[in-house]
Write a protein that binds this ligand. Structure first.
Ligand code: FAD
Ligand code: NAP
Length: 339
């Protein structure tokens, strides 16, 4: 079946903030042929193309004068397998958390710390998703992307992706690469990462002394569900700001004035500060301005109580940025992609 393009579609169901803006055109791509049709459609009419997955890392600040293409391709296949590892390829439109669960059910580990992250497989490399001490790059094999300028496909190795903290080459070449499918290198021999945050403690509380990857996944799902708002109930895009990396001298100055600062020294000499702590100290936790607010359990998360526009959320974010800069001398970078 050919690509179904609709005009003037509300994007409210397609972004986890639940912001109500509309797309001039909207379509869902189930196949590579659909993607090529969408590219041709956009080129013929000289309109932009905005590719989205689950819309869980987007802040839409106005109606989108473009063809919004939602990735809905499905498929998971084994590319290579031996007794200890497997290389698994997944289509970009595969929903992330069910994919993680499927890998765990097959006895493959590596993704368990990344459980319950919303969104799709294809968007995961965009910001090198990370949680509880594991990042996508740790299990990444390669990906196949379409160059929207030339129409050619290209294979990206780990080095080609230039993954960093919530960062990749794709974030810096916005609109050029359309990620079609991603390959993961997973393991049948579990090497667990339990030393981050409350994971180990949670397992011990449950009496689990020799955890399996499935135990770790369940513990992380439980921790996340207690702390993070469910977008189906309260609109949000997860962490709104990245944790800032600051020079050691600035971190020391902040610690002098605020001994409780949450800070993690990095291998390169910089110090990662918990942005949530800075925002909370500045008094923003739980604060609400109209329908835009700061979550009351995790101040890194901005929430939409129902009727907030993207502009309302952006204004709140800018006020927080200015306040944190003034109080601590630290610049907070926004994490979601702004349109
Ligand atoms: P979208 O929001 O749809 O798109 C994000 C960006 O990627 C956009 O710029 C879009 O144009 C681009 N894009 C999407 N698909 C493609 C593609 N196939 N090819 C090229 N470009 C594409 N993130 C973390 O890193 N760690 C977490 O622990 C985490 N927890 C979260 C918890 C909650 C409750 C929420 C709401 C969000 C969380 N996030 C987290 C953020 C978000 O879920 C991830 O960044 C996720 O990978 C975004 O996927 P998506 O499909 O929703 O992408
Ligand atoms: P948390 O456990 O309360 O920790 C607060 C912050 O401290 C985190 O942001 C984390 O940084 C950092 N941290 C904690 N332990 C650390 C360690 N041992 N070494 C270095 N840094 C450490 O955080 P949380 O909000 O509940 O989130 C838990 C995990 O899920 C984090 O990894 C977080 O990034 C991830 N998460 C991400 C999003 C998103 O939208 N991006 C949303 C929800 C949760 P890091 O963020 O650098 O890991």
């Amino acid at each position: 079946m050919s690509l179904q393009i609709q005009a003037n579609v509300s994007l409210k169901p397609f972004n986890t903030f639940g912001v109500d803006v509309s797309a001039r055109w909207f379509a869902e791509a189930h196949t590579d042929a659909h993607i090529r049709e969408a590219l041709a459609y956009a080129k013929e009419r000289d309109v932009k193309l905005l590719v989205i997955g689950g819309g869980s890392n987007l802040l839409l600040t106005r109606d989108v004068e473009a063809l919004v293409l939602r990735m809905a391709s499905r498929g998971i296949r084994i590319i290579h397998e031996d007794c200890s590892t497997a290389v698994i390829e997944a289509e970009a439109g595969e929903p992330w958390h069910p994919f993680v669960q499927e890998m765990l059910a097959r006895g493959l580990s590596g993704l368990e710390n990344l459980s319950l992250i919303p969104g799709t497989v294809g968007a995961a490399p965009m910001q090198n998703i990370g949680a509880y001490g594991v990042e996508l790059k740790d299990v990444f094999d390669s990906l196949i992307a379409l160059d929207r300028q030339t129409g050619q496909t290209q294979v990206f190795s780990l080095a080609d992706c230039a993954f960093g903290y919530r960062d990749s080459v794709f974030k810096h070449q916005t609109g050029r690469w359309l990620i079609l499918r991603v390959r993961f290198r997973l393991s049948y021999a579990a090497e667990l990462h339990l030393d981050y945050g409350p994971v180990r403690q949670r397992l011990l509380e449950q009496g689990i002394k020799e955890p399996t990857p499935i135990h770790v996944s369940r513990a992380i799902c439980a921790i996340r569900s207690e702390k993070l708002p469910d977008p189906a109930v309260l609109g949000n895009a997860g962490s709104f700001f990245k944790n800032p990396l600051v020079p050691a001298e600035l971190a020391a100055r902040i610690r002098e004035a605020h001994p409780g600062v949450v800070a993690f020294p990095q291998a390169d000499g910089q110090v990662k500060l918990a942005a949530g702590w800075l925002i909370e100290q500045a008094g923003w936790k739980g604060l609400r301005d109209g329908d835009a607010g700061v979550h009351d359990l995790q101040s890194l998360v901005l929430v939409n109580y129902g009727g907030a526009s993207g502009g309302d959320l952006l204004n709140l974010a800018k006020r927080i940025q200015a306040d944190v800069r003034e109080r601590f001398g630290v610049s907070l970078e926004m994490e979601p992609n702004l349109y």
